[in-house]
Design a protein around this ligand. Structure first.
Ligand code: UT7
Length: 332
C-alpha cells in the first residue's frame, strides 16, 4: 500500500508591513487594544498588482526546490484559498500551474476558509493512498487585503496576506507517513463568518457596484467561543484515536487567528510553550496560508527536523475544522 509523506515546505511573505499603529490611523482602534485582544502586532500586505497566484507560485517554487523532486514529477496541484485571483474561474490552482510551467496536471481549488490547508492535505493523502497520484503540490495562498473592509475595526485588524506550499509524496515506508487527518464542518454556523456579497446568494445585483464588494464579515465574539471549543475537541479526538500523548508532539501548529484562542487551546491540551508554534504577532490571520507559513517559519529557523511530529489544528468559516498528525519526512 502507498502511504503519504510530507516532504517539503515553502512560503512567501509580502514585504509591506501594516502595523497596529498604521491601522489606528484608519479606524477607531489602538495598538494596545489589538495586542491585548489578539496578540497581533503587524501583518503583511501584498502589492496592488500582486495576486494570490503570484504568492502561491513563489511559495510553491520553494517547496518544489526543497523536495528534491523534478517539477515534471508533480502530478496534482490543489490550492486552498478564499481570495482567489478570480471568483468563479479560472481556478487559482490552474493559474499557479501555468506560472510554474506544469503541463497537463490535475489542478483545482477548494474553499474551506482557514481550515483549507488541512483539507487539501487530506485530499492529497487520499489521492496518494488510493494510488491515483504520486506527488501532490498543495498550496494555501491568500490576498485577504483584497476582501477586507478597512472601515470595519472588528475585522481589518486581524487579516494579512501570504502563501505557503508543501509537497506530499507516495512512500512505502509507514514510519514516514502522515499518521491521521480529521476534517469536519457544521453549516449551522455559516453566518458567523462570511463574504455575503458577490455570489448567487447575495441580495445585491452582481453588477451593482455597491453590492459587488466581496468583504469578509464576522461575528467575532461568537466565532471565538466556538473556535476554542472546536479546536480543543478536535485535537483530543485525533490524539486519542491514535493513542498519542500530547507530550509526543514536537510542534503544535494551530491556525494563527488569535493568540488568546491559541493559548486557551494549548492550555486545555497541556501543551508546553516550546511545543506551540506562534506567528500570529507578525503575520496576523492569513486563513488558508496560516499553517504552512507557520511550518515554514520553524523550518527556516532550523527548528523542524526530519522525523519530528507536527500536530496541525485549524478552524474557519463554514464552519470548518480539521487536525492532522504529520511527521516531517524530507527526502534529504
Ligand atoms: O480565522 C477564522 C476564525 N476567526 C477567529 O477565530 C476570530 C475570532 N474572534 C476574535 O479573534 C475576537 O472576537 C476579536 C479580536 C475579533 C474581537 O475580540 P473580543 O474580545 O471578542 O471583542 P468583542 O467583539 O466582544 O468587542 C468588545 C468591545 C466592543 O465594544 P463595546 O461594545 O464593549 O463598547 C467592540 O466594539 O471592543 C470593541 N472593539 C474594538 N475596540 C478597539 C471591537 N474591535 C475593536 C478594535 N479596537 N479593533
Amino acid at each position: 500500500m502507498a502511504y503519504a509523506a510530507f516532504r517539503s515546505i515553502g512560503a512567501y511573505v509580502p514585504e509591506k508591513i501594516l502595523t497596529n499603529d498604521d491601522l489606528a490611523k484608519m479606524v477607531d482602534t489602538t495598538d494596545e487594544w489589538i495586542t491585548k485582544r489578539t496578540g497581533i502586532k503587524e501583518r503583511r500586505i501584498s502589492k496592488k498588482e500582486e495576486t494570490t497566484s503570484d504568492m502561491g507560485t513563489a511559495a510553491a517554487k520553494k517547496a518544489i526546490e526543497r523536495s528534491g523532486l523534478d517539477i515534471s514529477e508533480i502530478d496534482m496541484l490543489i490550492c486552498a484559498t478564499i481570495s482567489p485571483d478570480y471568483f468563479c474561474m479560472p481556478s487559482t490552482a490552474t493559474i499557479i500551474s501555468n506560472k510554474l510551467g506544469l503541463a497537463n496536471v490535475t489542478s483545482f481549488d477548494i474553499s474551506a476558509a482557514c481550515t483549507g490547508f488541512v483539507y487539501i492535505l487530506s485530499i492529497a493523502k487520499a489521492f496518494i493512498e488510493s494510488g491515483m497520484k504520486k506527488n501532490v503540490l498543495i498550496v494555501g495562498a491568500e490576498k485577504l487585503s483584497a476582501i477586507t473592509d478597512y472601515t470595519d475595526r472588528g475585522t481589518c485588524i486581524l487579516f494579512g496576506d501570504g502563501a505557503g506550499a508543501a509537497i506530499i509524496s507516495a512512500t512505502e515506508n509507514k514510519e514516514e507517513a502522515i499518521i491521521d487527518i480529521h476534517t469536519g464542518a457544521d453549516g449551522t454556523f455559516s453566518d458567523l463568518l462570511m463574504t455575503p456579497n458577490g455570489g448567487s446568494g447575495s441580495i445585491h445585483d452582481a453588477l451593482d457596484q455597491e453590492g459587488a464588494g466581496c468583504f469578509m464579515q464576522m461575528k467575532g465574539n461568537e466565532t471565538f467561543k466556538v473556535a476554542v471549543r472546536t479546536l480543543t475537541k478536535d485535537v483530543v479526538e485525533i490524539l486519542e484515536d491514535n493513542n498519542i500523548e500530547s507530550s509526543a508532539i514536537k510542534h503544535f501548529i494551530p491556525h494563527q487567528a488569535n493568540l488568546r484562542i491559541i493559548k486557551a487551546v494549548g492550555d486545555a491540551l497541556k501543551m508546553k510553550d516550546e511545543q506551540v508554534v506562534l506567528t500570529v504577532a507578525k503575520y496576523g490571520n492569513t486563513s488558508g496560508a496560516s499553517i504552512p507559513m507557520a511550518i515554514n517559519d520553524i523550518y527556516e529557523q532550523g527548528k523542524l527536523k526530519k522525523g519530528e511530529l507536527m500536530l496541525l489544528d485549524a478552524f474557519g468559516g463554514g464552519l470548518t475544522w480539521g487536525s492532522a498528525l504529520v511527521p516531517f519526512s524530507p527526502l534529504k
